[in-house]
Design a protein around this ligand. Structure first.
Ligand code: HEC
Length: 125
């Protein structure tokens, strides 16, 4: 038997499509800092972490102490997880606050002890 049913047209007038595209663009989340304007690890630490983690504030534990290289990957994963999902009293930080590239750089600097003597949050920001 021949099928005579016609498929209903799913085409929308192009003006409607244009309006939908514009609306969709407005709904996109803000683009996180891209690699070219990524902040340096010490800057991210000072702006986002130090006001809780610098020893004199005693809100969070000290996180700038170097780890042995064999533990960098595990420690790095732990830090990434903590930053992205939060931990107890520590809030989570999304990519709009710290881009993936910035977090990678920050983790490397933290586990290697590079930020161990970083100046604490200055309150200038
Ligand atoms: C609002 C204060 C606050 C800010 C800001 C903050 N933390 Fe924390 N953080 C905490 C607290 C409180 C804990 C302890 C949580 C717990 O009880 O387990 C913690 C725990 C941690 C831990 C686990 C402790 C350890 O040494 O194993 C890591 C890693 C960490 N924070 C990294 C960061 C990084 C990196 C940043 C910046 C991107 C940051 N935190 C920003 C409050 C903060």
């Amino acid at each position: 038997m021949q099928n005579t049913t016609t498929v209903p047209s799913r085409h929308l007038p192009s003006r409607t499509l244009g309006a939908l595209a514009l609306f969709g663009a407005l709904l996109l989340p803000p683009v996180a800092a891209n690699a070219s304007d990524a902040r340096e690890p010490d800057e991210v630490y000072r702006q986002v972490c130090a006001h809780c983690h610098a020893p004199q504030y005693e809100v969070g534990p000290e996180i700038t102490i170097a780890f042995p290289e064999a533990a960098w990957e595990a420690r790095g994963n732990y830090i990434r997880n903590t930053v992205r999902h939060g931990r107890a009293a520590m809030p989570a930080f999304r990519t709009a606050k710290i881009s993936d590239a910035e977090l990678d750089g920050l983790i490397q600097a933290l586990v290697s002890g590079e930020l161990d003597d970083a100046p604490a949050a200055t309150g200038e920001e």
